[in-house]
Write a protein that binds this ligand. Structure first.
Ligand code: IPD
Length: 265
């Protein structure tokens, strides 16, 4: 078995167990533990508990690896592998009871730096639907036993998913950006979990996704899903996906979408 396949097995098992824990906590009732970057940017008690669970399981399975999680920060390892974890991506959906949230776990070669790392394995698990999206480098992207492939866009235009940051000051520019995209869009979706947006691109459920201001743990696993499904992923012009921008779609639609996204406003 390749290293990437081994890491994927670990990611997939832990994502399932972590997601099922989050689902049990959801059924018991959600408590908002704190706010982060803005009033709308919440963290629940379950986010913290689930991240602690994932971190402990990874430390048991792969003690020399590094860790980079949404709730508990970064810790460098010695093996050259770092785990990038969002315990509950789509926390606002989770808090409201909208069934679109996921555990996202990626294993990357390199330290906790999106500009330098290379993702080897990624699992995105939605415990409400029971769907586990998984990918390993050169091993394809999969949902159950179905190999995933991005969609090609027809003359009706692309079904485009996007998101809006928590900072209210970004909303005006984000809406202006969306208005520039509309001429090539058949419609727009705002699912509320970047990892599921990217998994949806990989599965051909939406034709494209773009968003400014996501964090590495939101997109690390999803970016690999799209790449392994034959898609193209990028960031600011010519660059890698990162906090500044994530764009994902088929290569042909990417070439139409990217020039419409203005990075400086
Ligand atoms: C958020 C979700 C949302 C996206 C935000 C993310 P969180 O992650 O992925 O869809 O628009 O940019 O921060 O806070 O729920 O883990």
């Amino acid at each position: 078995m390749t290293l990437a396949a081994e890491l994927l097995e670990i990611a997939a098992r832990i994502a399932r167990e972590a997601g099922d824990l989050a689902l049990r906590r959801r059924q018991e009732g959600v408590t908002v533990a704190a706010t982060k970057s803005a009033a709308a940017d919440i963290v629940t008690a379950a986010d913290r508990e689930v991240e602690a669970f994932v971190r402990a399981e990874l430390a048991r399975e792969r003690p020399g690896d590094g860790f980079f999680g949404e709730e508990s920060g970064a810790e460098q390892g010695e093996s050259g592998i770092t785990w990038v974890v969002d315990p509950i991506d789509g926390t606002v959906n989770y808090a409201y009871g909208i069934p679109a949230w996921a555990v996202s776990i990626a294993a990357v070669a390199g330290d906790a730096d999106t500009a330098a790392w290379s993702a080897l394995a990624g699992a995105v698990y939605n415990p409400v639907t029971g769907e586990l999206f998984r990918a390993s480098r050169d091993g394809g992207a999969w949902l159950g036993d179905r190999r995933l492939a991005v969609s090609e866009v027809g003359e009706a235009g692309g079904l485009v998913a996007t998101g809006f940051g928590y900072d209210p000051e970004t909303h005006g520019p984000a809406l202006a950006q969306l208005s520039r995209v509309m001429p090539i869009a058949r419609d727009v979706r705002r699912i509320g979990a970047a990892s599921l947006d990217l998994a949806s691109v990989a599965a051909g459920r939406v034709d494209a996704y773009y968003e400014r201001g996501t964090h590495p743990w939101d997109h690390a696993a999803g970016v690999l899903l799209v790449e392994e499904a034959g898609g193209r992923v990028g960031g600011a012009p010519g660059g890698r996906p990162g906090n500044g921008m994530v764009i994902a779609s088929s290569p042909a639609f990417f070439a139409r979408l990217e020039p419409l996204l203005d990075y400086d406003r």
